[in-house]
Every structure is written in structure tokens, then in C-alpha cells.
Design a protein around this ligand. Structure first.
Ligand code: KG4
Ligand code: ZN
Length: 359
């Protein structure tokens, strides 16, 4: 089955967003994102609930997206679906739905990598968000610093050695007494506080690191998370009213520590590669102060590409866009396409021997 160009349906169900979109020649014709709110009371995503919720909503989400696009199923020319990484039960709902739909319509189906799709979100809004570029992909499950000389070829420069940056935002938010997801809550509270009132560590940013050290591009957020928790414990020994007054300062200092590390490592990648175009992707890319800092660091001759907020967090438009790109390149999957919770990033390579394992 060959792709002949035209509207592509994208399906995303790797975590707690059920989403469908129709994209044609980089234009989003219809796009529906249903964020499951059933997880909020648990302070994190419950895999079993996520899978069941996808199953309940996927039909209506696709129908709404088609409606919005004013497209009949028979007009679709391909289907793209997130095949991993993610929660396996959640992934399987979208994947099986997409395979059944593609088979029924006799149109090609392709499985895509969720984090590569985050990268492609940029190309829906900026036609010049093309390689070569440095990419910082920051989400609830991943923290990746890449250099892309071409689409589909990604040099791994750095990644997290423990927690993903979004995970740190979520856990610290919970410790401060904020809701889930924690990133937007911390950003909001931090506006009322001052970074520097307290001091939290900037891990893997020691003055002793040098280019060529394995630590030069890598991240670590677990120590920062623990330090924030210890700081809260110390503050909680004081008066109730002092605890309330301290929360915004802790949020601001935590956010500042994250921004300093992410910005410094990204700028190291820019120096190392000589490439002054940086693409952001993933839910944490929504963070306003982070975007402002990175954009300022890249001035005057560099450029930051960052998707609009709706296209930064999980969505199906980015999946449809990547599917469109790969289908146009002649790729297609068979009915044996399976969900892989640890799907390796396609085209990932490393120039340093100790990074040869694909993450
Ligand atoms: O990409 P995404 O929607 O899902 C995953 O693939 O993980 O990312 C979700 C993550 C969550 O950890 C959430 O707290 C974080 O993105 N996030 C933010 C902001 N908005 C969402 N982190 C910092 N600042 C934000 N404004
Ligand atoms: Zn994501």
C-alpha cells in the first residue's frame, strides 16, 4: 500500500491524553485533545485508568477531529499512531484502533516514536524548523539533548541519568502542595516568589566539567528533587504562615535551577556543534521563563523554535505530521506493528563510545 499524499490521521494515546488530528501538507485541519482528569486525585497517571479512558473516548475523539476538518474517513490517505515509548496498555488502545481503521479503509499505517513526534511539532508552525539543529526534548519521561544533521539522523549528546525534568517538576510540585501536572503549577507559583531566597543545587554543572567529559552534556534532576524536599521539610518545622510565604520562593528557586542547567547544557551543544538553531519539544517546553532565557542566549544570530503551548504537550497533530513525513518517504508498517513501551529513538547515534547504546 503506497501513500499518495493527502490528509493523514494521527492518533496519540501514549499517556493520559487521547488525541486525534488530521494534517495535510503540514496544515492542521482538525485536532482534538482530551486530557484525562481522572488521574488528578492520584497525583500522577494511573496506567490502568489511562488505558480504559482511551478505550472509552477514542471513537468520539477521532469523529470530532474528522468533523472539525470536514473530512470523511474515505478521504484519508494514511494513518499515523504513536507506537512508543509510553504506557503499554495506553499505547495498545491507539495502536490497535489505528491498525483496524487503516485496514478497513485500505490505507497505509505507520507507527511513530513519541519523542521524535515532539520534535516534528515545530514543523507544523515554522516551515524553516528543519535540520541542521540542536534539539532539547523535555517531557515527563525524557530529557534528551540532540544534534540533528538531517531528519531521521539524531546524534545523542546528553540525556538524564535519573529523573526526567518533567518528572522532577511533578514531584517537587506535589511536595510543595501543588496539583498535577506540576509544571504549570510551579510556573504560576514561581511568579510570586524570588529565586535566590533559598539555594538549591545545579547538578552536573560543576566548574570542573570540561568538553569531552561524559558529564558535559548529561543531566541529573534527582538530587535537586531531594534537596527541594529537604528544604520543604526544614521550612515545615516553622510556623504555618511562614510555610505559606516560603512556597513561592521554593518554586522560583527550583524553576531557576532547572532553567540554568537546561540553558547551560543547550548552549554547550550549540558551541560544540556550531549550530545556532535550537528546537524545543515536550511538555516542559511550555515553560515561559525557560523559552525566554533560551531565546535570549541565542541572540543575536541564533534562533529558538518552540511549539505553541497546545502543540508542546502530548497531541496527535505532531504524530500526524511525522507520519506524513515518513509516509511521503515511502515508509509503511504492516499489521504486525506492535506497541513498544521502550521504543528506541529511531536514527539515534553517538559519536562517543560510551554512549553507543540507544536510549
Ligand atoms: O510531553 P508531555 O505532555 O508528556 C510526556 O510525554 O511526558 O509532558 C508532560 C510534562 C509534565 O511533567 C508536566 O508537568 C510538564 O510536561 N509541563 C511543564 C509545563 N507544562 C507542562 N513543565 C514546566 N512548565 C510548564 N509550563
Ligand atoms: Zn510527550
Amino acid at each position: 500500500m503506497r501513500f499518495r499524499g493527502g490528509p493523514v490521521l494521527g492518533i496519540e494515546s501514549s499517556c493520559d491524553e487521547t488525541s486525534a488530528a488530521i494534517v495535510s501538507d503540514r496544515r492542521v485541519l482538525g485536532h482534538v485533545i482530551l486530557s484525562q482528569d481522572a488521574h488528578a486525585v492520584f497525583g500522577g497517571v494511573v496506567p490502568e485508568i489511562a488505558a480504559r479512558q482511551h478505550l472509552v473516548h477514542i471513537d468520539e475523539v477521532v469523529a470530532q477531529a474528522l468533523d472539525e476538518a470536514r473530512i470523511r474517513p474515505a478521504e484519508l490517505t494514511g494513518v499515523g499512531v504513536t507506537a512508543g515509548p509510553g504506557l503499554v496498555g495506553a499505547l495498545l488502545v491507539g495502536l490497535n484502533w489505528a491498525k483496524g481503521f487503516g485496514y478497513a479503509l485500505s490505507i497505509p499505517v505507520i507507527g511513530v516514536h513519541h519523542m521524535e513526534a515532539h520534535l516534528f511539532a515545530n514543523s507544523l508552525e515554522s516551515h524553516d524548523a528543519t535540520p541542521p539543529f540542536v534539539a532539547l526534548l523535555i517531557s515527563g519521561g525524557h530529557t534528551l539533548l540532540l544534534h540533528a544533521p538531517a531528519w531521521g539522523r539524531y546524534e545523542l549528546l546528553g540525556s538524564t541519568r535519573d529523573d526526567a525534568v518533567g518528572e522532577a517538576f511533578d514531584k517537587v510540585a506535589r511536595r510543595i502542595g501543588l496539583g498535577f501536572p506540576g509544571g504549570p503549577e510551579i510556573e504560576r507559583l514561581a511568579r510570586k516568589g524570588d529565586a535566590g531566597t533559598y539555594s538549591l543545587p545545579r547538578r552536573m554543572l560543576s566548574g570542573r566539567d570540561a568538553p569531552g567529559d561524559p558529564a558535559w552534556f548529561d543531566f541529573s534532576f534527582s538530587g535537586l528533587k531531594t534537596a527541594a524536599s529537604r528544604l520543604m521539610a526544614a521550612i515545615e518545622k516553622g510556623d504555618e504562615k511562614d510555610i505559606d510565604a516560603a512556597r513561592p520562593h521554593v518554586a522560583a528557586e527550583f524553576q531557576e535551577a532547572v532553567i540554568e542547567v537546561l540553558t547551560a547544557k543547550t548552549m554547550r551543544a550549540v558551541e560544540h556543534t556550531g549550530c545556532r538553531r535550537v528546537l524545543l519539544g515536550g511538555g516542559v517546553a511550555r515553560n515561559g521563563p525557560l523559552r525566554e532565557r533560551l531565546a535570549a542566549c541565542l541572540e543575536p544570530d541564533g534562533r529558538l523554535f518552540a511549539p505553541s503551548p497546545r502543540l508542546s504537550t502530548d497531541n496527535a497533530a505532531m504524530v500526524a505530521r511525522l507520519a506524513e513525513h515518513r509516509l511521503a518517504g515511502g515508509e509503511v508498517d504492516g499489521l504486525d506493528l506492535n506497541a513498544d513501551p521502550r521504543l528506541p529513538f529511531p536514527g539515534l547515534f553517538s559519536s562517543t563510545p560510551d554512549r553507543s547504546e540507544a536510549r
